[in-house]
Ligand binder design. Structure first.
Ligand SMILES: Nc1ncnc2c1ncn2[C@@H]1O[C@H](COP(=O)(O)OP(=O)(O)OP(=O)(O)O)[C@@H](O)[C@H]1O
Length: 450
């Protein structure tokens, strides 16, 4: 048993690795601290959990809300706060800087499932992935130091960065790899400041061979934390140690980070991760299903991959909820079930409306296929449905007219304008038509502008 470990009562296991990080009562409140900011509210964090206890037959599926680190590992960890003091709240803040007697404490805080083997390559991530593989082979020795990976929410930045860490550890277990979010770094630093322990904090970081800092945008405006990070960064870099950072936007758009820190990012490589295309999404879903030993019909996989196109975490979350429903209802997963699950997800999240989504809903409503909607046919019912879908795309997406035209079978932007005008004109005199539009808006969970 480690020093300071409370004996009773047994603490509640962390519900979520991210949730726990700021719950320790020993932490300063937000007002005391530098603005900790960085809420995760825009994340799809709480899809239904797929619990084994519901049925012993259930396949295990790691949900998107699962901790980014290994949960078992966390639960075995001593219940201490960052700096080793007793944690009266009973929550686990597993990440801590060891004290002087524990210099051999070198946990990496990596999720062991985040490896290159489980990371699907696509056009969306090719450069970032290749650079990461090169780094994993020769950490600190390539030109990619630091590596800054940026991209939208839930697109695999953490997975890729941790894959490097896992690979480095696999090749050489003696290497000290450390994964930390910038929020944790900030919290620890504030704690160190408060306890007059900044030197110990800094020394701990200076031992690291591969430092992975996730979501560095949350360092914005935290000047003292940035200063300390800058110092650690320089020392590690000078000593040939590898630094990997992730962020949700390109470094040039990182407001609130000091110029001298930003200039350091240019020393290495900045690589982006884009939204994956349809085929890559399918490959990711299939890979997840395979790794969990679960079988889902191809049409369901395609349907989900087609409709959830902007966030892999959301895609995984929908899959988890589908698996949970299927097992609760003791039914095989089929397309209808997938459609329902998707409707619920769409209703429960502030989903960005896409042209694909509008086409899907409109074609379903009129009982035609998306292909027909995009086709050249002038059949009256299809042409009318197409006009409506174009109108919605113009009114409720941010896409330019040219893109909308393109997505409707390569039509000209003037066709989109014409379709929209025709729809607007008809709404002025046709109440039944208006009702149809309202029903469609309702299905898409969009509030009418009119
Ligand atoms: N190319 C990929 N292959 C396999 N799985 C992927 C891929 N991209 C993303 N994922 C999965 O999607 C989920 C979300 O990925 P991750 O947490 O790495 O995203 P992120 O970009 O770090 O998100 P955030 O911006 O919220 O920090 C993870 O379960 C991850 O395994």
């Amino acid at each position: 048993m480690r020093r300071n470990e409370p004996e009773q009562p047994a603490p509640k296991p962390a519900q979520s690795w991210r949730e726990t990080s700021n719950q320790n009562t020993a932490f300063p409140s937000e007002s005391q601290s530098e603005n900790l900011g960085g809420t995760q509210s825009n994340r799809y964090q709480n899809p239904p959990q797929y619990r084994k206890s519901q049925s012993q037959q259930l396949p295990q599926y790691r949900s998107s809300s699962a901790p980014k680190n290994n949960p078992e590992e966390q639960q075995q960890r001593p219940y201490m706060n960052n700096m080793g003091a007793e944690n009266p709240s009973g929550f686990v803040d597993h990440f801590r800087v060891p004290n002087a007697q524990e210099s051999s404490y070198r946990d990496s805080y990596l999720n062991p499932t985040y490896t290159f083997e489980t990371y699907i390559e696509g056009d969306c991530n090719r450069l970032a992935r290749s650079a990461s593989i090169a780094i994993a082979r020769r950490p600190g020795e390539t030109a990619f130091n630091p590596l800054v990976v940026y991209g939208g929410v839930g697109l695999g930045k953490t997975h890729l960065a941790q894959a490097v860490g896992n690979e480095v550890k696999r090749n050489d277990p003696s290497k000290f790899v450390l994964y930390v979010t910038s929020e944790q770094f900030t919290t620890q630093f504030i704690e160190a400041l408060r306890n007059n322990n900044v030197q110990q904090f800094t020394n701990y970081y200076l031992q690291v061979d591969v430092l992975i800092v996730d979501d560095i945008q949350f360092l914005a405006k935290k000047e003292k934390t940035q200063e300390n990070f800058f110092h650690i960064f320089n020392r590690l870099h000078q000593n040939g140690k590898q630094i990997i950072m992730t962020t949700d936007r390109p470094p040039r758009s990182l407001e609130g980070l000091t110029d001298r820190l930003l200039s350091r990012f240019k020393w290495g490589l900045t690589a982006d991760i884009q939204k994956p295309d349809f085929e890559t999404r399918i490959a990711i879903v299939k890979q997840k299903l395979m790794s969990e030993g679960v079988n889902v019909p191809d049409d369901v996989v395609e349907y989900l991959s087609y409709n959830i196109d902007s966030n892999i975490r959301e895609l995984e979350g929908t899959l988890v909820s589908l698996l949970a429903n299927a097992s609760l209802m003791q039914k095989e997963i089929d397309l209808d079930m997938a459609k329902n699950a998707l409707l619920n997800i769409v209703r429960n999240t502030e989903k960005e409306i896409t042209i694909d989504f509008i086409q899907q809903i409109v074609s379903e409503y009129f009982g035609i296929s998306v292909e027909e909607l995009k086709s050249k046919t002038r059949k009256k019912d299809i042409a009318q449905a197409r006009q409506i879908a174009m109108y919605f795309s113009k009114e409720y997406t941010k896409e330019p007219l040219k893109t909308i035209g393109n997505q409707f079978g390569g039509r000209d932007h003037s066709t989109v304008v014409h379709a929209s005008k025709a729809v607007t004109k008809r709404t002025a005199s046709d109440s039944l038509y208006n009702r149809i539009l309202e029903e469609l808006l309702d299905q898409m969970n969009i509030k009418s502008k009119g």
